[in-house]
Design a binder for this molecule. Structure first.
Ligand SMILES: Cc1cc2nc3c(=O)[nH]c(=O)nc-3n(C[C@H](O)[C@H](O)[C@H](O)COP(=O)(O)OP(=O)(O)OC[C@H]3O[C@@H](n4cnc5c(N)ncnc54)[C@H](O)[C@@H]3O)c2cc1C
Length: 417
């Protein structure tokens, strides 16, 4: 079933009776060439690119809940390519270029909106760091503009520039950044993978990984054993637990990240504003809700829900920066489980077990990575070689110390964050 304006018109005039389900509900087969554990954004995108780019169809995605019920449906939808370090810079640039053709490629409206992203700075030192980052972005072929205080005031006059907490000096502006509808991205990739013959199996929890003679042979699931030549682990906040099923201890800690949405308002914020010093960022959804969040809860947890100290911290930061939002009523808050790596950068690599592959460590920034991660992980699974855009996302960097990508300068070990 293809979407088009004509089709929407026809269905609208005929009672919307012609729409069909976007994907099948298949029973698991006894064996596949490749199994993907995790039906989030990254798992579904991997499945799609395995079929679309590499022509591999004897593939299944195993999801313990429903497709898109994890972080892919819980994030604040920001898409950007404003990373500074070699390794990250080329990867996120690659991912953004895939985003820009995604709706046409998937024939699905993911509501991508390149409304720009503003990273605020509050001191000379922070400005210099953003100049360096902006130069790295431009060298990579992406866009970055440094705005001084007056330039920024024209763009977002409603900020409290002289707030007592962190007075605002300017911003690094990334015009091609923006937002996209998170659920639609999951649905679009699921539909694309299913229509190319990939089995998407929901309510199928992986409970064990079978290894014999140093090679993976399949998995145990809540719906029985399934054999496979290759298995990819793409389970975000559950990465450590699933990898432990194969006897691996990952350099990953799981932390909760919360977010909030207000009642629908008329258009008021037409870009994405991030206020890193205060731990606050905000955009406005197409339905009018102000969507905002802050930093992770600073202790490890698997609780996919919020707590009051973080609520208070985020609200205070928002009010310090943008007092006008105090009039909006918050409708909902929620949490997702982040797979935090020590250097804040991801892992896409083989493991020490033949045929077992790993994709994790996306921290709180993996939504923007979905197309790039799917493309690069599919490349690794299909060819056994890293994709050039993800060549530095090696697992062994935490053992050797070589190739660490400490993007935020927070330190390459968990307890330094
Ligand atoms: C509040 C919040 C705000 C965020 N904001 C942004 C943002 O603005 N921009 C951005 O780029 N990123 C953002 N992120 C991060 C981003 O959402 C994640 O990095 C990304 O979605 C993780 O990849 P995923 O989509 O594959 O994860 P998920 O959707 O979590 O997929 C993993 C799947 O694995 C499944 N699974 C787990 N264990 C098993 C098992 N044993 N067997 C079978 N299946 C299993 C889970 O059920 C889940 O569906 C945010 C996250 C949160 C929570």
């Amino acid at each position: 079933m293809r979407f088009s304006g004509l089709r929407v018109l026809k269905e609208g005039l005929t009672g919307n009776r012609g729409w069909t389900a976007h994907w099948r509900d298949p029973e698991p087969k006894p064996a596949y060439d490749i199994l993907i554990i995790g039906g989030g954004g990254h798992g579904l995108a991997t499945a799609y690119y395995l079929a679309q780019v590499h022509g591999l169809r004897n593939v299944a995605v195993l999801e313990k809940g429903y497709l898109g019920g994890g972080n892919i449906g819980r994030n604040t939808t920001i898409v950007r390519a404003n990373y500074g370090l070699p390794g990250n810079s080329e990867f996120y640039s690659h991912s953004l270029s895939l985003w820009e053709g995604l709706e046409q490629e998937l024939n699905f409206n993911v509501m991508q909106s390149q409304r720009g992203v503003l990273n605020l700075f509050h001191s000379d030192g922070q400005r210099d760091a953003y100049v360096r980052r902006g130069n790295a972005m431009v060298n990579q072929g992406d866009d970055a503009i440094l705005l001084d205080r007056d330039g920024l005031r024209k763009r977002v006059p409603y900020l409290d520039f002289d707030n007592g907490r962190f007075p605002v000096q300017g911003a690094l502006y990334h015009p091609r950044g923006g937002t996209a509808r998170h659920d639609a991205v999951a649905w679009g990739f699921a539909r694309g993978a299913d229509s190319r013959g990939i089995d998407l199996i929901q309510n199928c929890e992986v409970t064990g990984i079978d290894v014999a003679n140093g090679a993976v042979t399949g998995v145990q699931t809540s719906r029985g054993a399934i054999r496979a030549k290759k298995v990819g682990i793409v389970v975000a906040g559950r990465s450590s637990q699933v990898a432990a099923m194969a006897g691996m201890r990952l350099p990953i800690e799981s932390h909760v990240l919360q977010a909030f949405v207000t009642e629908g308002l008329k258009p008021v914020i037409d870009t994405v504003v991030t206020y890193g010093m205060g731990h606050f960022y905000i955009s406005q959804s197409d339905k009018g809700g102000l969507v905002f969040g802050g930093d992770i809860d600073m202790y490890a947890s698997y609780a996919a829900r919020g707590n009051l100290p973080a609520v208070e911290h985020v609200m205070e930061a928002g009010m310090a920066l943008m007092p006008m939002i105090g009039k909006a009523r918050v409708l909902r808050s929620w949490g997702g489980i982040m797979d935090m790596s020590p250097d804040g950068s991801p892992i896409i690599d083989k493991t020490g077990i033949d045929g077992l592959y790993l994709n994790c460590g996306w921290c709180y920034g993996g939504f923007k990575a979905v197309p790039g991660s799917g493309d690069c992980f599919a490349h690794l699974l299909a060819t056994g070689r890293p994709h050039p855009a993800a060549a530095r996302f090696r697992l062994d960097r935490f053992r050797t110390g070589v190739g660490i990508m400490d993007e935020e300068g927070t330190g390459a070990q968990h307890n330094l964050h």
